[in-house]
Design a protein around this ligand. Sequence first.
Ligand SMILES: Nc1ncnc2c1ncn2[C@@H]1O[C@H](COP(=O)(O)OP(=O)(O)OP(=O)(O)O)[C@@H](O)[C@H]1O
Ligand SMILES: [Mg+2]
Length: 143
Amino acid sequence: MSLLVNKVAIVGDEIHVPISSDADIVIARQQGRALAERIGFTGSSLAVVATAISEVARNIIEYAKRGEIVLKPVNQGGRQGLTVMARDQGPGIPDIALAMQDGYSTAKGLGLGLPGARRLMDEFEIISKVGRGTTVTMKKWVR
Ligand SMILES: Nc1ncnc2c1ncn2[C@@H]1O[C@H](COP(=O)(O)OP(=O)(O)OP(=O)(O)O)[C@@H](O)[C@H]1O
Ligand SMILES: [Mg+2]
């Protein structure tokens, strides 16, 4: 069962936001923030989650043109949290360790998006294959 509201697809407990324009980044940010609030995040952690979502969504636009952000509550051992997945079928990242370094950019950016998102979240993983695409999975726990 899935429900489609303004491009945002609700699939079970997942929220899928297709990303192909700057406006979609705003939607992903808002949906992420709203879900984080429902999960129990408060205060500055809501902005932290929104910022991390913006960075990975912006990378989708910049490097892959299109993709999606999937937002999902996670409960592990009684701990509540939010999972953010950013996936695309773009060019992929040849050297993930390099891409994760502060200041590394192939696009005249500050090169702080990925390392910044990693610092903002509690768990961070990138799977990428050149010519196939990239999936960034990040989790943050409530407290
Ligand atoms: N989804 C992606 N697909 C392909 N390459 C990516 C993707 N996301 C990041 N990269 C690569 O990793 C590099 C580092 O990304 P990061 O977001 O840290 O910095 P940036 O986008 O270059 O600059 P900033 O985010 O600070 O504006 C990018 O320059 C790009 O080469
Ligand atoms: Mg970036």
